[in-house]
Design a protein around this ligand. Structure first.
Ligand code: PLP
Length: 429
C-alpha cells in the first residue's frame, strides 16, 4: 500500500463486527485459560500479551504501523523520545563501549550521550558530518558500537548525509542509528539510504497535536549481527536472562528489536501507555496532510524573513540561498521535494534586544517550549532554554543571542506572514 493508506490502515484490521477505530486496551494484564498457554508465551513459542510493561494490543498496533511507514521489520513505542534513544543505544552498547555521533544533535540527545551515558561508562565522540573521510574515520575506536545522527537536525535543520555515514559505519562493522523525528517517514525513509535503526520523538510531528510524549525505535532488519558477532556477541549467544534465547536464531531479521523488548523494555519499563498510543495513532492517520502544510508554511515564512533588512540570516535547509547551500543540496538528495519541516531559526542583526522584542510582539505565534506543534510557536534560546549560559558560552554552543527558533503550525500562511510582518515592524524593520 502507499504511504497515506498505511497511515490509516496499517497495524489494525478490524474483523467482522469489531470497532472501526483502534480500541484502547486499558489493562495491565491479560487472562489465560491454562498454565500451558502462558508457558508458551514465556518460552517465546507463541506470541501474545501478558503484561503491559512488555507489550499491549493498542501499543502493538501503533508499533506495526510505524514499522510499516518506515519500511522496517518491527518497532517499539516508548514513553518519550529520550527513552527511545536510550533503548536504541543501550541495546548495542554496554560500559566500556563507544558511540560516534554528529555534533548538531537535539540538546537532550547531546546530554544523554555526552553526560548520562558517559556516567554509565559509554563514551561518545562528536563529529562534524562535513569533515573529510579521514577525520571521521579517526573518530572510530575498536570499541565503537554505532554511529548516531539526525535526518533533519533539531533545530538547525542540517540534513544528514545518510548514505555516506551508513557506508562509513558499515566499513567499521557497526550500524547507523538515525533520529528521523523532524523528517518523519513521509519526508524521508532512512532505511532506503542504508540506515539500520531509526528512532523518533513521536511527541513532535507523528503525534503532531502536542498531546502526548512518546518515542519509537524501528529496526530495518538489515544489519547482519552474525557477520559482526565479535562486536555484538549478545545477539548470537544464549541470553541466560531470557531462557537461553539466541536472538538471531529465535527472531532472524528482527533480532535487534526483539532483544530490545525482552531485555531493556522488560527491565527499564518505558513502553508507551495504551492511552498515549491511541492519541499517537490519531496523529499518524493525518501525517501526510499535516507535514505538507508544516513544510509549506515553514518555507513561506523562511522566505519572508530572509527578505527583511532586520535579519542577518535564516537557517532553514529548504531555502535555496548561499547561507543554506550545503544543507539544501543534501535536502534535494534525501528529502521528498527538498521539504525540511516547519522549523526554522532566524538571527536578528539587532541581537538580544531585537530578538526579545520580536518574540514579545507576536500575537498569533505562541511562546512555547516545543516544536512541531499543530499551532505555531517560537522560542528565544538565549533567554529561555540556554539562559544560564553567558555570552561566551552561548557563542561556543553556536547560539547567538539574536537567534530565535520558530516552528510553523497549520494556520493559514497569510495570517502567519501578517503576524511576522507586524512583529518585524515593531523592531523597526
Ligand atoms: C524532542 C526531540 C527528542 C526528545 O524527545 P522527547 O519526546 O521530548 O523525549 C529527541 N530527538 C529530537 C530530534 C527531538 O526533536
Amino acid at each position: 500500500m502507499e504511504f497515506a493508506t498505511n497511515c490509516l490502515h496499517a497495524g489494525y484490521s478490524p474483523k467482522n463486527g469489531e470497532a472501526g477505530a483502534l480500541p484502547i486496551y486499558q489493562s495491565t494484564t491479560f487472562k489465560y485459560d491454562n498454565v500451558e498457554d502462558i508457558g508458551k508465551l514465556f518460552d517465546l513459542q507463541a506470541s501474545g500479551f501478558f503484561y503491559s510493561r512488555l507489550s499491549n494490543p493498542t501499543v502493538d498496533a501503533v508499533e506495526q504501523k510505524i514499522a510499516t511507514l518506515e519500511g522496517g521489520v518491527g518497532a517499539i513505542c516508548t514513553s518519550s523520545g529520550q527513552a527511545a534513544i536510550f533503548i536504541a543505544v543501550a541495546n548495542l552498547c554496554k560500559a566500556g563501549d563507544h558511540v560516534v555521533a554528529t555534533a548538531n544533535l537535539y540538546g537532550g540527545s547531546t546530554n544523554l550521550l555526552g553526560v548520562t551515558l558517559k556516567r554509565f561508562g559509554i563514551d561518545v565522540t562528536f563529529i562534524d558530518q562535513f569533515a573529510d573521510d579521514a577525520t571521521i574515520n579517526a573518530a572510530f575506536k575498536p570499541n565503537t558500537k554505532c554511529v548516531y545522527g539526525e535526518t533533519i537536525a533539531n533545530p538547525s535543520t542540517d540534513v544528514l548525509d545518510i548514505s555516506r555515514l551508513a557506508d562509513i559505519a558499515h566499513a567499521h562493522g557497526v550500524p547507523l542509528i538515525v533520529d528521523n523525528t523532524f523528517a518523519t517517514p513521509y519526508i524521508c525513509r532512512p532505511f532506503e539510504f542504508g540506515a539500520d535503526i531509526v528512532v523518533h520523538s513521536t511527541s513532535k510531528y507523528l503525534d503532531g497535536h502536542a498531546l502526548c510524549l512518546g518515542g519509537a525505535v524501528v529496526d530495518s532488519g538489515n544489519f547482519d549481527w552474525k557477520a559482526h558477532a565479535d562486536k555484538f556477541p549478545e545477539f548470537v549467544e544464549a541470553d541466560e536472562s531470557y531462557h537461553g534465547c539466541v536472538y538471531t536464531e529465535a527472531f532472524g531479521k528482527a533480532a535487534y528489536i526483539a532483544k530490545a523488548r525482552v531485555q531493556l523494555i522488560r527491565d527499564i519499563g518505558c513502553l508507551a501507555s495504551a492511552q498515549n498510543a491511541f492519541y499517537l495513532n490519531l496523529g499518524l492517520e493525518t501525517l501526510p496532510l499535516r507535514v505538507e502544510k508544516h513544510c509549506s508554511n515553514g518555507l513561506a515564512v523562511a522566505k519572508f524573513l530572509n527578505e527583511s533588512a532586520a535579519v542577518s540570516y535564516v537557517r532553514y535547509s529548504g531555502l535555496d540561498d548561499e547561507f543554506n547551500a550545503k544543507n539544501h543540496e543534501l535536502a534535494k538528495k534525501y528529502l521528498k521535494d527538498a521539504k525540511t519541516s516547519g522549523v526554522l531559526s532566524v538571527c536578528f542583526k539587532g541581537g538580544y534586544d531585537a530578538a526579545v522584542k520580536f518574540v514579545n510582539s507576536l500575537k498569533l505565534i505562541r511562546i512555547e517550549v516545543h516544536v512541531a506543534d499543530i499551532r505555531s510557536c517560537i522560542l528565544h534560546p538565549a533567554s529561555s532554554t540556554h539562559r544560564q549560559l553567558n555570552a561566551e558560552q552561548l557563542k561556543s554552543a553556536g547560539i547567538e543571542d539574536g537567534l530565535v527558533r520558530i516552528s510553523l503550525g497549520l494556520e493559514d500562511e497569510k495570517n502567519l506572514i501578517e503576524d511576522v510582518a507586524q512583529a518585524l515592524a515593531a523592531i523597526g524593520a
